[in-house]
Design a protein around this ligand. Structure first.
Ligand SMILES: *Cc1c(COP(=O)(O)O)cnc(C)c1O
Length: 358
């Protein structure tokens, strides 16, 4: 049992847990949350506590509302069939939170402390971790600027919060390829901007492009680079991979792309399997050429929520690319089974990724 010196206030009224088939994504929250405050440099981060899940009260002038000074993370905990609780590479998420903090001018957190606090929170709410196949406990750490001031400058106070949400299977009817629209007008991020940080503004700027095509049956947009609108960056909020002529290619991390933990894990697994990989610039013209000459074999997005999301169709201007006849590719399925198998404890943790909560 992890034990940190922090205040713990347990709830007197436990909420009713939803049925596994009603979970969906990010609809339900557990009984408790973690919170910690930051005030001007002298006090630093202080007052870590676990309290009943509840609304927070902020001054309407809090900077997060006006200038978007906020960062977040997303990761998952799993319950294994032998009743262990496993986290998938959580150190990488807290490290990335600090990279995002740095870019958005938010003070650094103690990564080891944050992980111990998270473990303690999960232990308290462990009855909320669903056990059905494909389900998990989604973890959302985030930091908000709370200083009540309309001055457009760095906040002097913050709150660091962790909430937990039991989530259902992303593929209740089996893994299924999606249709993606290649966005040629709007861009998500530019080099030197905030694309490599997990911050709210990146999502806000992407909503309109997504809404514009969602009605036509596209699950997401594929973002091109912000300068030439030529090089492939990401799909929606996932990293993207293409299997071309036996090699697995993914855009290099050039500063405008989010360094996904799933992306990194897929690259490691492929190397472990001796499948050739390439991290490099890949233009939409090169992709279309591979499609027309028959060497574009598979494509998929990667992220914590879906793990692997096969891409069955890409619409680029008036050109349509149907990939692998619109079916889930062999490699996509193999990667999905391997990664989810390691995560839920059914397969050997060959790359030493899982961290047990105990
Ligand atoms: C979170 C995120 C990803 C995926 O990262 P994971 O660590 O694999 O979940 C990819 N792109 C964007 C823009 C993201 O915000």
């Amino acid at each position: 049992m992890v034990s940190l010196s922090m205040e713990i206030e347990l709830t007197k009224t436990k909420k009713q847990k939803p049925a596994p088939n009603e979970l969906g994504f990010g609809k339900y929250y557990t009984d408790h949350m973690f919170m910690m405050d930051y005030d001007n440099p002298e006090e630093g981060w202080h007052n870590p506590r676990i309290i009943p899940y509840q609304p927070i009260s902020l001054d309407p002038a809090a900077k997060v509302f006006h200038y978007g000074q906020t960062v977040f993370e997303g990761m998952k905990a799993y319950r294994t069939s032998d009743e262990r609780i496993l986290l998938f590479r959580p150190q990488k998420n807290f490290k990335r939170l600090n990279l995002s903090n740095d870019r958005i001018d938010i003070p650094q957190i103690d990564e080891e402390f944050a992980l111990e606090a998270l473990k303690q929170l999960i232990q308290i709410d462990q009855d909320w971790i669903p056990t059905e196949k494909g389900t998990s406990l989604y973890i959302r750490p985030f930091i908000i600027a709370t200083e009540a001031s309309l001055g457009a400058s760095t906040s002097t106070s913050y709150q660091f919060i962790i909430i937990l949400s039991p989530v259902g299977s992303y593929y209740p009817e089996g893994i299924k390829p999606v249709r993606i629209y290649v966005e040629s007008e709007y861009v998500r991020a530019v080099k030197g901007g905030t694309g490599m940080a997990k911050t709210a503004g990146n999502y806000a700027s992407g909503l309109k492009a997504h809404s514009g095509v969602a009605g036509s049956g596209f699950a997401q947009v594929l973002w091109l680079d912000g300068i030439e609108r030529k090089y492939i960056e990401e799909v929606g909020s996932m990293n993207v991979f293409f299997k071309i002529n036996g090699k697995v290619v993914t855009p290099a991390l050039t500063g405008s792309i989010l360094d996904g933990v799933t992306r990194n894990s897929i690259l490691q697994l492929l190397k472990h399997w001796n499948i050739p990989t390439e991290e490099r610039l890949i233009s939409i013209d090169e992709l279309y050429e591979a499609y027309t000459n028959g060497t574009l074999e598979e494509s998929f997005g990667t992220g914590t929520a879906a793990v692997i999301s096969p891409i069955g169709e890409l619409q680029w201007q008036d050109k349509k690319m149907i990939i692998n006849e619109g079916n889930t590719g062999e490699l996509s399925a193999r990667l999905y089974n391997a990664l989810t198998g390691i995560q839920n404890g059914e397969q050997e943790d060959v790359l030493d990724w899982m961290v047990e909560v105990k």
